[in-house]
Design a binder for this molecule. Structure first.
Ligand code: ARG
Length: 582
């Protein structure tokens, strides 16, 4: 990739007594385009050399002459700055050339080679359909996994299912009652939901039911075969339904990634022994806790007074398992803001247990998803499955697809187009919902509206998909293979520089997204790239983009292809399809 900043620094270095790295650091972006593309401020040097900054700038500029055919057309002093002006033609060549020469590789790097990231995400409580809010962890985590992988990391994706707990006892009670009425009842995720609702309706009237549910869960914990059989069925059905949804979202955990809370059952004793061995366990009202008061946190609950192991203990056991198995360099937990304290407690406890890798664990937290009034009625606002007032992810996707289908049909230029409206509606509808997850930094709350999500001309997934489809259609109309080395001079005086600059920044943006665990940076980048292209495309100077001079068309189409590749790659990272036509 082109590194014009380094090149400017290398030109300056012989004139200063600093190394190129430090010089590159001090280069700034001038406030206005007519002041060049990079500026070197001379204030510091002025103090050192006891001479006015403007004079220093003049002296430096005098000593610099950019080599002919290089990336810089001109270097000039302006006030206290030495400004560098990129040559747009060379910039195009240096940016687009390598992308087209190796399109498969565009967006990949080896930055993370040799390092392992465990990324845990989605992690729903199962035995009921997935609520819409689960899309946040699912899409953020899947995007991070793709970004890390593209940057050369070994990535292990984990789904810490909530597949153990009294809910299962409750379902068993309701199932057994239903069995009395209908012995051959089939089980799927929807009937599980009905069982769940039935249990809670009946439990309100029947005081004894909660005790029955606890008793069933106890049987499960004690290894009772009937309880274990039912648990297995409930779990398998839930996972099957989950996978159908994940498929629609383009999310694929490897089979070994499905390790829910139950998986750690037979490791809890060892974890407990480790805590005890370090003298960390304290008794408190019959329960076992780790005291975290010196760190300003409430105690971490390890075992309840009735002997039940709990959430945090399973997180300690799973962290140990993950480290033993994968020797991670980073271990990410993509989980909502609300669990901040929980993870601080868990990570601190791991540290107290003496694990040197405790500091590699990171809670990648995110804000809430809410719906504006009228999007889904009141249901979404309460989000309580128990009252049957939760919006399920599947419903949201279906609704989005239906709306996208209407949008596509209304937008079609001629009847019979597009060829496969259903397939396209699925991509655009799901893409609209998914992209909403990336519109803002993850810790901000997301307020979802259909208008925004499906706006073909605003900051939305469909807008990017539409731009991608338009670029693809231009390439089809051009009808010839794209020349990766066109005559770049044809674009001299054109307005492509902004696009070249943006393209050259893509790898850096991915690096930043990795460093901050922030896929929204990729989304913002893609929106900006698309906007830059649309500005050039609608510019009068460029009308009749494809026709006329073949030299010009070839160079323009090379740029179009580079943008298309970038959009397609970036959309893929975020989990959106990039349709060829729309
Ligand atoms: N199942 C939990 C929930 O739905 C989230 C699990 C988060 N991951 C973890 N390792 N604790 O709230």
């Amino acid at each position: 990739m082109i590194r014009y900043k380094q090149q400017a620094a290398e030109m300056l270095t012989p004139l200063l007594d600093e190394d190129a790295g430090a010089v590159a650091e001090s280069l700034v972006k001038p406030p206005r385009p007519e002041m060049g593309d990079l500026g070197f401020p001379c204030f510091q040097l002025a103090r050192k050399r006891k001479s006015p900054p403007a004079k220093i700038a003049l002296d430096l500029a005098e000593g610099l002459s950019p080599p002919a055919g290089g990336i810089f057309a001109r270097v000039a002093a302006e006030g206290p700055y030495v400004n560098f002006y990129l040559d747009p033609v060379r910039l195009g060549e240096a940016t687009v050339g390598p992308i087209l020469a190796d399109p498969e590789d565009w967006g990949s790097s080896a930055a993370g080679a040799g390092r392992t990231a465990v990324i845990e995400y989605s992690s729903p409580n199962i035995a009921k359909p997935l609520g819409v809010h689960h899309i946040r962890s699912t899409m953020l985590g899947a995007a991070l996994a793709r970004i890390y992988r593209a940057r050369g990391w070994r990535v292990v994706e984990m789904n810490h299912l909530g597949d153990w707990g009294t809910t299962f006892g409750q379902l068993m009670v309701a199932y057994k009652r239903k069995e009395g009425e209908d012995p051959s009842q089939p089980v799927d995720v929807h009937s599980l939901l009905r069982l769940y609702l039935r249990y809670h309706a009946e439990a309100e009237a029947e005081a004894g039911l909660a005790g029955e549910a606890r008793a069933w869960f106890k049987r499960l914990e004690d290894g009772d075969p009937e309880a274990a059989r039912l648990w297995r069925i409930f779990r398998d059905e839930s996972v099957k339904a989950l996978k159908r949804l994940y498929d629609r979202l383009g999310v694929h955990f490897p089979e070994e990634g499905y390790k829910g809370e139950a998986f750690y059952n037979d490791r809890l004793e060892a974890t407990l022994a480790g805590l005890r061995g370090r003298g960390l366990l304290k008794e408190s009202e019959g329960a076992l806790v780790v005291d975290l008061e010196p760190w300003g946190m409430p105690p971490c609950l390890i075992r309840k007074s009735d002997g039940a192991s709990i959430y945090a203990t399973r997180d300690l056991a799973s962290a140990e398992y993950r480290y033993e198995t994968y020797r991670f360099d980073r271990s990410l937990y993509v989980v909502a803001n609300q669990q901040e304290l929980h993870f601080r407690q868990v990570f601190k406890t791991l540290e107290l247990m003496g694990y040197p890798w405790a500091g590699r664990c990171e809670h990648v937290k995110f804000g809430m998803l809410s719906f504006g009034p009228g999007v889904f009625g009141e249901a979404a606002a309460t989000g309580s499955t128990r009252r049957g007032r939760v919006v399920f992810l599947e419903e949201v996707l279906d609704r989005a697809v239906e709306k996208a289908r209407r949008l596509i049909v209304d937008n079609a230029r001629s009847p019979g187009e597009p060829a496969d409206p259903d397939g396209l509606a699925e991509k655009v509808g799901v893409g609209a919902v998914v992209f909403s997850e990336f519109l803002q930094r993850r810790q901000k709350d997301v307020s979802f509206t259909w208008e925004r999500a499906l706006n073909l001309h605003g900051d939305s997934g469909p807008y990017l998909q539409y731009t991608h489809a338009r670029l693809s259609s231009m390439l089809r109309r051009y009808g010839k293979p794209v020349n990766p080395a066109p005559d770049w001079e044809a674009l001299a005086g054109g307005s492509f520089k902004d696009i070249f600059l943006a393209l050259s920044e893509y790898p850096e943006v991915m690096g930043q997204a990795e460093a901050e665990n922030e896929p929204s940076l990729v989304a913002a980048y893609l929106l900006d790239l698309a906007a830059r292209f649309n500005r050039v495309y609608t510019d009068k100077e460029n009308h009749r983009f494809l026709s006329g001079d073949e030299r010009l068309a070839a160079a323009r189409l090379a740029v179009v292809e580079a943008i298309r590749l970038t959009l397609s790659h970036g959309l893929g990272l975020l989990g959106l399809a990039a349709p060829e036509s729309m």
